[in-house]
Design a protein around this ligand. Sequence first.
Ligand SMILES: O=C(O)CCC(=O)C(=O)O
Ligand SMILES: [Fe+2]
Length: 301
Amino acid sequence: MDIPLIDFASYDESDATAMRKLAEQVNAALTGIGFMSLKNIGIPPELQAEIFAASRAYFSQPEAEKRKLGYSSAEDNFGYQGVCEESLEPGQPPDLKEALTMRDLDSKLSLEWPDPDFRDLLHRFYRECLSAAYRIMRVFSIDLDVPEDYFVKVHSGENVTMRLLHYPPLSATTHGQLGAGAHTDYGMITLLFQDEVGGLEVRDTDGQWHPVTPVPGAVVINVGDLTERWTNRRYRSSMHRVQPRGGVGDRYSIAMFVDPDPQTEVVCLPSCTDDAHPPLYPPTSAGEHILQRIQATHLGA
Ligand SMILES: O=C(O)CCC(=O)C(=O)O
Ligand SMILES: [Fe+2]
Protein backbone atom coordinates (compact mmCIF):
# COMPACT_ATOMS: atom_id res chain seq x y z
CA MET A 1 0.00 0.00 0.00
CA ASP A 2 1.42 3.38 -0.98
CA ILE A 3 0.13 6.51 0.71
CA PRO A 4 -1.79 8.83 -1.68
CA LEU A 5 0.37 11.15 -3.80
CA ILE A 6 -1.18 14.55 -4.54
CA ASP A 7 0.18 17.15 -6.96
CA PHE A 8 -0.09 20.71 -5.59
CA ALA A 9 0.97 22.26 -8.92
CA SER A 10 -2.69 23.20 -9.49
CA TYR A 11 -2.85 25.21 -6.22
CA ASP A 12 -4.27 28.63 -7.11
CA GLU A 13 -6.22 30.66 -4.55
CA SER A 14 -8.06 32.49 -7.33
CA ASP A 15 -9.31 29.24 -8.93
CA ALA A 16 -12.15 27.87 -6.79
CA THR A 17 -12.54 24.73 -8.93
CA ALA A 18 -8.87 23.80 -8.64
CA MET A 19 -8.91 24.43 -4.88
CA ARG A 20 -12.05 22.29 -4.39
CA LYS A 21 -10.44 19.45 -6.35
CA LEU A 22 -7.36 19.55 -4.13
CA ALA A 23 -9.62 19.63 -1.06
CA GLU A 24 -11.35 16.44 -2.26
CA GLN A 25 -8.03 14.65 -2.76
CA VAL A 26 -6.76 15.77 0.65
CA ASN A 27 -10.00 14.65 2.27
CA ALA A 28 -9.68 11.17 0.74
CA ALA A 29 -6.11 10.81 2.06
CA LEU A 30 -6.69 12.15 5.55
CA THR A 31 -9.98 10.36 6.21
CA GLY A 32 -8.19 7.19 5.12
CA ILE A 33 -4.64 6.46 6.25
CA GLY A 34 -4.04 9.99 7.64
CA PHE A 35 -0.82 10.36 5.60
CA MET A 36 -0.23 11.73 2.11
CA SER A 37 2.71 12.71 -0.08
CA LEU A 38 2.58 16.10 -1.77
CA LYS A 39 4.62 17.13 -4.77
CA ASN A 40 5.10 20.64 -6.14
CA ILE A 41 4.38 22.12 -2.74
CA GLY A 42 6.46 25.21 -3.60
CA ILE A 43 9.64 24.64 -1.56
CA PRO A 44 12.65 25.04 -3.90
CA PRO A 45 14.30 21.60 -4.42
CA GLU A 46 17.79 23.13 -4.26
CA LEU A 47 17.00 24.54 -0.81
CA GLN A 48 15.93 21.04 0.30
CA ALA A 49 19.24 19.62 -0.94
CA GLU A 50 21.16 22.39 0.84
CA ILE A 51 19.43 21.81 4.16
CA PHE A 52 20.09 18.05 4.05
CA ALA A 53 23.78 18.71 3.35
CA ALA A 54 23.91 21.18 6.27
CA SER A 55 22.18 18.64 8.54
CA ARG A 56 24.76 15.96 7.69
CA ALA A 57 27.56 18.42 8.40
CA TYR A 58 26.00 19.49 11.71
CA PHE A 59 25.56 15.92 13.01
CA SER A 60 29.04 14.85 11.89
CA GLN A 61 30.60 17.28 14.39
CA PRO A 62 31.98 16.22 17.78
CA GLU A 63 29.35 16.00 20.53
CA ALA A 64 30.68 19.10 22.34
CA GLU A 65 30.22 21.20 19.22
CA LYS A 66 26.61 20.03 18.77
CA ARG A 67 25.86 20.74 22.42
CA LYS A 68 26.79 24.40 21.99
CA LEU A 69 23.12 24.68 21.04
CA GLY A 70 22.12 22.87 24.24
CA TYR A 71 18.56 21.73 24.91
CA SER A 72 17.14 23.46 27.97
CA SER A 73 13.54 22.48 28.63
CA ALA A 74 10.30 21.11 27.19
CA GLU A 75 8.82 24.62 27.50
CA ASP A 76 11.56 26.09 25.32
CA ASN A 77 11.87 22.96 23.13
CA PHE A 78 15.01 24.27 21.49
CA GLY A 79 18.48 22.79 21.04
CA TYR A 80 20.45 19.58 20.52
CA GLN A 81 19.20 16.24 21.92
CA GLY A 82 21.56 13.27 21.78
CA VAL A 83 20.93 9.61 20.90
CA CYS A 84 18.63 7.88 23.44
CA GLU A 85 17.55 11.11 25.16
CA GLU A 86 13.95 10.89 23.96
CA SER A 87 11.32 8.16 23.77
CA LEU A 88 8.49 8.95 21.38
CA GLU A 89 6.74 5.90 22.83
CA PRO A 90 6.93 6.71 26.54
CA GLY A 91 7.76 3.65 28.63
CA GLN A 92 9.64 1.96 25.79
CA PRO A 93 13.42 1.97 25.25
CA PRO A 94 14.70 5.34 24.02
CA ASP A 95 14.85 6.31 20.36
CA LEU A 96 18.00 5.66 18.34
CA LYS A 97 18.20 9.14 16.93
CA GLU A 98 19.68 12.54 17.64
CA ALA A 99 17.94 15.82 16.91
CA LEU A 100 18.37 19.53 16.56
CA THR A 101 15.00 20.83 17.74
CA MET A 102 13.97 24.41 16.99
CA ARG A 103 10.66 25.78 18.22
CA ASP A 104 9.71 29.30 17.12
CA LEU A 105 12.88 29.93 15.15
CA ASP A 106 11.87 33.54 14.40
CA SER A 107 12.42 34.35 18.08
CA LYS A 108 15.84 32.62 18.28
CA LEU A 109 17.83 34.45 15.65
CA SER A 110 19.60 36.69 18.14
CA LEU A 111 20.93 33.75 20.18
CA GLU A 112 24.64 32.97 20.16
CA TRP A 113 24.78 30.60 17.12
CA PRO A 114 28.13 28.84 16.48
CA ASP A 115 27.55 29.25 12.74
CA PRO A 116 25.42 32.20 11.51
CA ASP A 117 25.30 30.83 7.93
CA PHE A 118 23.73 27.61 9.27
CA ARG A 119 21.23 29.71 11.25
CA ASP A 120 20.27 31.74 8.18
CA LEU A 121 19.82 28.61 6.04
CA LEU A 122 17.66 26.96 8.72
CA HIS A 123 15.56 30.09 8.97
CA ARG A 124 15.08 30.34 5.20
CA PHE A 125 13.92 26.72 5.07
CA TYR A 126 11.67 27.21 8.12
CA ARG A 127 9.91 30.18 6.46
CA GLU A 128 9.43 28.23 3.21
CA CYS A 129 7.96 25.29 5.13
CA LEU A 130 5.62 27.55 7.06
CA SER A 131 4.35 29.17 3.84
CA ALA A 132 3.75 25.70 2.37
CA ALA A 133 1.89 24.68 5.55
CA TYR A 134 -0.35 27.74 5.20
CA ARG A 135 -1.24 26.64 1.65
CA ILE A 136 -2.16 23.18 2.93
CA MET A 137 -4.26 24.74 5.71
CA ARG A 138 -6.20 26.81 3.17
CA VAL A 139 -7.09 23.58 1.38
CA PHE A 140 -8.17 22.02 4.70
CA SER A 141 -10.42 25.01 5.39
CA ILE A 142 -12.29 24.48 2.11
CA ASP A 143 -12.90 20.83 2.90
CA LEU A 144 -13.89 21.57 6.51
CA ASP A 145 -16.13 24.52 5.64
CA VAL A 146 -14.46 27.16 7.82
CA PRO A 147 -13.18 30.62 6.77
CA GLU A 148 -10.09 30.35 4.59
CA ASP A 149 -7.77 31.81 7.25
CA TYR A 150 -9.30 29.83 10.15
CA PHE A 151 -6.17 27.69 10.72
CA VAL A 152 -3.56 30.08 9.32
CA LYS A 153 -4.35 32.79 11.86
CA VAL A 154 -3.73 30.52 14.88
CA HIS A 155 -0.34 29.30 13.62
CA SER A 156 1.82 32.38 14.06
CA GLY A 157 4.90 30.28 14.81
CA GLU A 158 5.03 30.15 18.60
CA ASN A 159 4.36 26.38 18.52
CA VAL A 160 5.97 25.67 15.17
CA THR A 161 8.96 23.38 15.56
CA MET A 162 11.50 22.28 13.02
CA ARG A 163 13.65 19.24 13.83
CA LEU A 164 16.71 17.97 12.00
CA LEU A 165 16.84 14.24 12.71
CA HIS A 166 19.70 11.78 12.35
CA TYR A 167 19.28 8.03 12.78
CA PRO A 168 22.73 6.43 13.13
CA PRO A 169 23.30 2.94 11.70
CA LEU A 170 22.32 -0.06 13.81
CA SER A 171 24.96 -1.46 16.09
CA ALA A 172 25.11 -4.76 17.98
CA THR A 173 24.11 -3.01 21.21
CA THR A 174 20.85 -1.60 19.91
CA HIS A 175 18.80 -4.76 19.67
CA GLY A 176 15.05 -4.15 19.94
CA GLN A 177 15.12 -0.38 19.93
CA LEU A 178 13.37 1.75 17.34
CA GLY A 179 14.68 4.82 15.52
CA ALA A 180 11.51 6.55 16.64
CA GLY A 181 9.00 4.74 18.87
CA ALA A 182 5.36 4.39 17.79
CA HIS A 183 3.50 7.65 18.32
CA THR A 184 1.01 10.10 16.93
CA ASP A 185 2.05 13.70 16.31
CA TYR A 186 0.68 16.26 18.72
CA GLY A 187 -0.56 19.26 16.83
CA MET A 188 -1.98 20.21 13.46
CA ILE A 189 0.18 19.10 10.54
CA THR A 190 3.68 17.73 10.08
CA LEU A 191 5.77 18.17 6.94
CA LEU A 192 8.32 15.39 6.75
CA PHE A 193 11.28 15.36 4.39
CA GLN A 194 13.06 12.02 4.28
CA ASP A 195 16.14 10.82 2.44
CA GLU A 196 16.12 7.67 0.28
CA VAL A 197 16.97 5.24 3.12
CA GLY A 198 13.40 4.52 4.30
CA GLY A 199 12.23 3.04 7.61
CA LEU A 200 9.17 5.22 8.31
CA GLU A 201 6.00 3.15 8.82
CA VAL A 202 2.35 4.09 9.40
CA ARG A 203 -0.31 1.97 11.09
CA ASP A 204 -3.72 1.61 9.48
CA THR A 205 -7.02 1.31 11.35
CA ASP A 206 -6.69 -2.49 11.31
CA GLY A 207 -3.39 -2.28 13.15
CA GLN A 208 -1.24 -3.22 10.12
CA TRP A 209 2.05 -1.36 9.61
CA HIS A 210 2.90 -0.06 6.11
CA PRO A 211 6.18 1.45 4.88
CA VAL A 212 6.03 5.11 3.84
CA THR A 213 8.34 4.70 0.88
CA PRO A 214 10.37 7.81 0.04
CA VAL A 215 9.14 9.52 -3.16
CA PRO A 216 11.88 11.74 -4.66
CA GLY A 217 10.81 15.40 -4.56
CA ALA A 218 7.65 14.76 -2.51
CA VAL A 219 6.98 15.79 1.08
CA VAL A 220 5.15 13.47 3.49
CA ILE A 221 2.28 15.18 5.29
CA ASN A 222 0.39 13.82 8.27
CA VAL A 223 -2.00 15.36 10.74
CA GLY A 224 -1.61 15.40 14.51
CA ASP A 225 -3.93 14.94 17.48
CA LEU A 226 -5.27 18.48 17.50
CA THR A 227 -6.48 18.12 13.92
CA GLU A 228 -8.14 14.86 14.86
CA ARG A 229 -9.92 16.74 17.67
CA TRP A 230 -10.91 19.69 15.46
CA THR A 231 -12.33 17.27 12.88
CA ASN A 232 -13.96 14.84 15.34
CA ARG A 233 -11.67 12.06 14.06
CA ARG A 234 -12.61 12.67 10.42
CA TYR A 235 -8.95 13.36 9.64
CA ARG A 236 -6.89 10.69 11.36
CA SER A 237 -3.84 11.26 13.51
CA SER A 238 -2.24 7.93 12.65
CA MET A 239 0.33 6.05 14.67
CA HIS A 240 3.75 5.90 13.00
CA ARG A 241 7.31 4.86 13.84
CA VAL A 242 10.79 4.59 12.37
CA GLN A 243 12.35 1.14 12.12
CA PRO A 244 16.11 1.11 12.24
CA ARG A 245 17.47 -0.59 9.14
CA GLY A 246 20.47 -2.85 9.23
CA GLY A 247 23.18 -2.42 6.63
CA VAL A 248 21.91 0.77 5.01
CA GLY A 249 23.88 3.38 6.92
CA ASP A 250 22.70 6.65 8.39
CA ARG A 251 19.23 8.03 7.82
CA TYR A 252 18.43 11.76 7.84
CA SER A 253 15.01 13.39 7.94
CA ILE A 254 13.62 16.84 8.67
CA ALA A 255 10.27 17.27 10.40
CA MET A 256 8.36 20.52 10.56
CA PHE A 257 5.62 20.39 13.19
CA VAL A 258 3.15 23.17 12.46
CA ASP A 259 1.12 23.41 15.65
CA PRO A 260 -1.35 25.99 16.98
CA ASP A 261 -0.43 28.96 19.15
CA PRO A 262 -0.59 27.93 22.84
CA GLN A 263 -3.74 29.85 23.74
CA THR A 264 -5.77 28.29 20.89
CA GLU A 265 -8.90 26.48 22.07
CA VAL A 266 -9.36 23.43 19.85
CA VAL A 267 -13.09 22.72 19.60
CA CYS A 268 -14.94 20.25 17.32
CA LEU A 269 -15.78 22.05 14.04
CA PRO A 270 -19.50 22.42 13.20
CA SER A 271 -19.01 20.63 9.85
CA CYS A 272 -17.70 17.53 11.66
CA THR A 273 -20.56 16.92 14.06
CA ASP A 274 -24.29 16.25 13.87
CA ASP A 275 -26.85 14.30 15.90
CA ALA A 276 -25.35 11.01 14.78
CA HIS A 277 -21.76 12.19 15.40
CA PRO A 278 -21.52 13.99 18.75
CA PRO A 279 -18.10 15.47 19.62
CA LEU A 280 -15.70 12.71 20.66
CA TYR A 281 -13.37 15.04 22.56
CA PRO A 282 -13.91 17.95 24.96
CA PRO A 283 -12.37 21.31 23.96
CA THR A 284 -8.67 21.52 24.77
CA SER A 285 -5.97 24.16 24.94
CA ALA A 286 -3.28 23.63 22.30
CA GLY A 287 -0.48 24.82 24.58
CA GLU A 288 -1.25 22.41 27.41
CA HIS A 289 -1.80 19.44 25.12
CA ILE A 290 1.50 19.89 23.29
CA LEU A 291 3.57 20.57 26.40
CA GLN A 292 2.23 17.46 28.15
CA ARG A 293 3.06 15.29 25.16
CA ILE A 294 6.61 16.67 24.90
CA GLN A 295 7.26 16.26 28.61
CA ALA A 296 6.16 12.60 28.45
CA THR A 297 8.85 11.81 25.87
CA HIS A 298 11.76 13.12 27.91
CA LEU A 299 13.56 10.42 29.78
CA GLY A 300 13.53 10.93 33.49
CA ALA A 301 11.11 13.86 33.17
O1 LIG B 1 12.01 10.70 10.86
C1 LIG B 1 10.92 10.33 10.47
O2 LIG B 1 10.75 9.84 9.35
C2 LIG B 1 9.68 10.47 11.32
C3 LIG B 1 9.89 11.20 12.60
C4 LIG B 1 8.62 11.41 13.36
O3 LIG B 1 7.61 10.80 13.13
C5 LIG B 1 8.58 12.44 14.42
O4 LIG B 1 9.66 12.93 14.80
O5 LIG B 1 7.48 12.76 14.89
FE1 LIG C 1 5.92 11.73 14.12
